[in-house]
Design a protein around this ligand. Sequence first.
Ligand SMILES: CC(C)(COP(=O)(O)OP(=O)(O)OC[C@H]1O[C@@H](n2cnc3c(N)ncnc32)[C@H](O)[C@@H]1OP(=O)(O)O)[C@@H](O)C(=O)NCCC(=O)NCCS
Length: 155
Amino acid sequence: MQQENPEILIRPACIDDLSIIFHLGERVFTRKELSNLYRTWDEFEVTSLFNLQPDNMLVAESGARVVGFAIGSVIRKVRAGRVFGHLAWLGVEPEFARCGVGSLLFDHFRELMAEAGVQTLVVDTQADNRPAIEFFCDKGFGSPVEHVYMTLPLA
Ligand SMILES: CC(C)(COP(=O)(O)OP(=O)(O)OC[C@H]1O[C@@H](n2cnc3c(N)ncnc32)[C@H](O)[C@@H]1OP(=O)(O)O)[C@@H](O)C(=O)NCCC(=O)NCCS
């Protein structure tokens, strides 16, 4: 069932949200659709990013229910004198798709990055993830650069 005009609250994630985020991510970042290791979701991704930069992990709530999350980090390249923000994971409960939840999460994340002095925001996704690419274009991202992953089976 698609939700219409849900009341959405964006807030920083807390420790109790981690398993909810992980299980929502399992539904959103499926191995079939996002098939390389780099983009394969696991619990260590959530816990280590929460350990490193908890302020840069946001959740979207509808009522008391977590229906989306944004997880990222600030990367300071001291030698280059540049500060990057990386939005690593953005996920929305499919039932709440196209209700503006992703947009609200992104807008809050972007504010956090600006407050941290970020000069350039970076996102990445697979080339065939049309919804994500449309979403990021809608948010003003441009200049896509192609990146090739290769595999060598050892077993
Ligand atoms: C990408 C994603 C986060 C978008 O979340 P969302 O809450 O559905 O997005 P919004 O409702 O805020 O959409 C904002 C705009 O993005 C674009 N957009 C979002 N989903 C789209 C889709 N499926 N097809 C085309 N455009 C889309 C539209 O321009 C939309 O504006 P509109 O609804 O007024 O046309 C969500 O589809 C998702 O969780 N995808 C799976 C995980 C993923 O790929 N994450 C991104 C890489 S980390």
